[in-house]
Each structure stands twice: as C-alpha cells, then as structure tokens.
Design a binder for this molecule. Structure first.
Ligand SMILES: Nc1ncnc2c1ncn2[C@@H]1O[C@H](COP(=O)(O)OP(=O)(O)OP(=O)(O)O)[C@@H](O)[C@H]1O
Length: 303
C-alpha cells in the first residue's frame, strides 16, 4: 500500500527566504494528524505543497503515491484553507452541487451527494440559503461539507475551528472524529488541546524544520498524567512523589504537574490515587489529563 504522504528532502524557498528545510515525512492513513508550530514555522507552506498549490523548490513529495496537484488525486484529496470562502451569489445547494459535478457525479448523484454531506454537518435545512444568510460557524461547516464531497481519502483542514463558538467547534471535532475510519484528516491549528483530543500523530514544524512526533499516550515503560491545579502549592511535587509507583514529577508550568509513573495492571489506577491526594490535601484541580499535554510534549520536553 502506498504511503498517504511521503516527503523526501523537501525544501521550499520564497525568493531568498527558506520556508521549509529538508522535510522528510512518511505517513500512513489512519487517525487524524496535527500540523503545529509557531507563527511563520512553515505550516501553510507545507499545507500548500501537499495540496499542490505550490511546488517544492527541492526534494520529492508524494500524496497517495502521486505528485501533488496531479489529476490522479482529484476527488482523493480535499483541502479547506483557513480563509476559504463561499460564493455569495449562489445557494449552498448550487455550490455543493457544482463541486460534486466537477468530481464527475451525474446530476442525480450530485444532488444526493449534496444532501449527504449537508446531513453530515447537520445543516440539511440550509440547502436553499445563500451564504450571507448563515452564521460564520455554519459557513465553516458548509465548507467542511464541501471538503467531504466524494469521500476523499485525505482531508486537509487549516484552522477549521478558529473563531467558532464552543458548540460549533465541538460539532466540527465530532465530525472529524466520526469520519476518521475512512478519511485521514490533517489538522492545522493553534489550539493544542483541541488537536490533542483528536490526533495521535503530530507534525511539528519549527523554523521550517520538521519533527514528527507520536503522542505519548502510555508508552511501554513510563506512563504520564498531567495535573492542573487551580492554585500553586509549594508541596505538590514532594507530595505527588510519595505516591506508590510515581517515578518522576515535574512542575511543567505554573499550577501544572507532569507525573511519570510505572504502570501495573493489578494496582489501583494512578488517576484515582492522584485525585484522592488532591482531596486529602485540599487541592482544587482544574484538569487531570491522561498523558502529557501536547504543549508539554512539544515545548517543555524540547521535542
Ligand atoms: N508568499 C511569500 N513570500 C515570501 N515569504 C513567504 C511567503 N509565504 C510565506 N513566507 C514566509 O515563509 C515562512 C513560513 O510561512 P508560513 O505561512 O508557511 O508559516 P505558518 O507556520 O503557516 O505561519 P502562521 O502560523 O503565522 O500562519 C515565513 O517566514 C513567511 O514569512
């Protein structure tokens, strides 16, 4: 089976500015992939190369075994750029219909494909609406519906939930998660907690260089919990270290502690021990996350 995305020594220059440096990737189809990095790290450039909007200055890039932008990928790869817009002059149904027809659907098939993708984003009732009659969140969901036409194997979503209220953002996360069995999503976002909930693979770019990162959700040796407290307490690290099987505790940032422990199937679950300790000590917790938070993995550990 061919790889979903394969990059060998890919670099990209904008004039003298090198936006990507010798990027190597081998990704198979599967769970959603996060594309993260600080501003200017090269995420949009990589996104654009994978979609075929730009050509690499150096190196080789393949998507599902094909050169990005090639006709063979038509209908197999869909992308939602951050600033994607719907045309104000046509109804939702007319626009989705056009994209389905462009993919080769017959008139009747296109109609039912539009209905299918609108139902996926729970917006069937908007078929005859013009985009200016819809909210920002609804328009974003329509754009995602458009990306799902023809059930592509790879969907690239750039900041899909940016600017959305929690309900709409959640609807999009659920949509991604529901479709992850047959479609691989690449999600670019600055919201690390969102990516953490959805993805188990991370493409982390820093100054154009890439470090592929598997999320450490329970490795073979140490497992991790991240405890966030409402208030800092000087005793927390020492007290957590007294728990049985805890090997290391670090104060990753203000009010946040990463607990490394040995997993034993027949022992009391570590999260229960930690919560009991919180209760005994009168610590109020904000969150207890299984594993490192993505932010910790990428930044605190210097990945
Ligand atoms: N068209 C362009 N011309 C010149 N330089 C560019 C162009 N597009 C991007 N760059 C530069 O390439 C680098 C990578 O930019 P890119 O937009 O890929 O970063 P990004 O990770 O998407 O950033 P952000 O999170 O801010 O969207 C930056 O230094 C940027 O200034």
């Amino acid at each position: 089976m061919s790889l979903l995305i394969e990059a060998k020594g890919v670099s990209h220059f904008f004039g003298a500015k090198q936006a990507l440096k010798d990027v190597n990737i081998e990704l198979t189809a599967g769970k959603p992939i996060a594309l993260v990095g600080p501003n200017g790290a090269g995420k949009t450039t990589l996104f654009s190369l994978i979609c075929g909007y730009l050509q690499p200055s150096r190196g080789e890039l393949r998507v599902l075994g094909h050169k990005p932008g090639s006709a063979a990928l038509f209908g197999q790869l869909a992308a939602l750029p951050q600033d994607a817009l719907l045309s104000p002059d046509f109804s939702v149904g007319e626009q989705l219909n056009l994209f389905a027809r462009l993919q080769g659907f017959s008139r009747a098939e296109a109609r039912s494909e539009c209905e299918r993708v609108l139902e996926l984003v729970s917006l069937s009732e908007t078929l005859n609406n013009r985009p200016n009659e819809l909210s920002h969140g609804m328009k974003k969901r329509i754009c995602i519906a458009q990306a799902l036409i023809g059930s592509p194997k790879l969907v690239m979503l750039d900041e899909a939930t940016a600017g959305l209220d929690p309900v709409n953002a959640r609807a999009i996360r659920e949509l991604v998660s529901m479709h992850s069995d047959h479609t691989t999503f690449v999600l670019s976002s600055h919201d690390l907690s969102e990516l953490e909930r959805l993805c188990d693979r991370v493409l982390y770019l820093r100054q154009g260089q890439l470090a592929t990162h598997e999320l450490n959700q329970g490795g073979a040796q140490l497992r991790y919990l991240t405890l966030q407290l409402l208030e800092q307490d000087a005793q927390v690290v020492e007290r957590l270290k007294t728990l049985e099987r805890v090997i290391e505790v670090s104060n990753s940032q203000s009010n946040e502690f990463v607990i490394g422990y040995e997993h034993q199937a027949d022992s009391e679950a570590m999260d229960i021990q930690v919560l009991r300790l919180c209760h005994q000590q009168g610590w109020q917790y904000r969150a207890l996350v299984n594993g490192h938070t993505l932010e910790n993995q990428l930044f605190a550990t210097g990945a």
